[in-house]
Design a protein around this ligand. Structure first.
Ligand code: CMP
Length: 139
């Protein structure tokens, strides 16, 4: 079925000037952009977005990294969006990511891993709503 996922181009990739190339790969893979913006997270907002990871040892670093520079946030639509997008981006750790995946090509480290992709339909809806009001979406 057609459904949605949520993505961010993270500070490392945006700062390196790779946002356009990444969005091109996303569109060429058949994802339709439903909402898109460039923004910068405060550490408070980054902390809220990643609240599920707050007990993890990497949480504080992750929050400061994600608020270190501008990002792109987007809602994407496609058949089987969540699963297909995770295939397109590759494993969390770029060292484990398959050839041709976005993280293999653009990620610098397990933390600065170029892009985010939602891990479930439920989280895709929560994460999309975190960044976009109804009026900011195409549909
Ligand atoms: P993402 O899929 O956006 O969601 C959680 C993020 O935490 C992940 O991408 C990485 O940026 C980061 N992350 C996950 N695991 C680790 C780790 N072991 N060390 C550092 N950062 C991590």
């Amino acid at each position: 079925a057609t459904n949605r996922t949520f993505t961010m181009v993270k500070p490392d990739a945006f700062g390196a000037g790779n946002a356009g190339a990444i969005l091109k790969m996303i569109e060429e893979a058949g994802f339709k952009i439903v909402a898109l913006k460039a923004t910068k997270l405060s550490s408070d907002l980054a902390g809220k977005f990643y609240e599920v990871h707050k007990e993890r040892p990497f949480y504080n670093d992750l929050v400061s990294y994600m608020s270190s520079g501008p990002i792109i946030a987007a809602i994407l639509e496609k058949d089987n969006a969540v699963e297909d997008f995770r295939k397109l981006i590759g494993a969390t750790n770029p060292a484990d990511a398959a050839e041709g995946t976005i993280r293999k090509i653009f990620a610098k480290s397990i933390e600065a891993n170029a892009v985010h992709g939602s891990d479930s339909d439920e989280n895709a809806a929560i994460e999309g709503s975190f960044f976009f009001s109804q009026a900011e979406r195409v549909i």
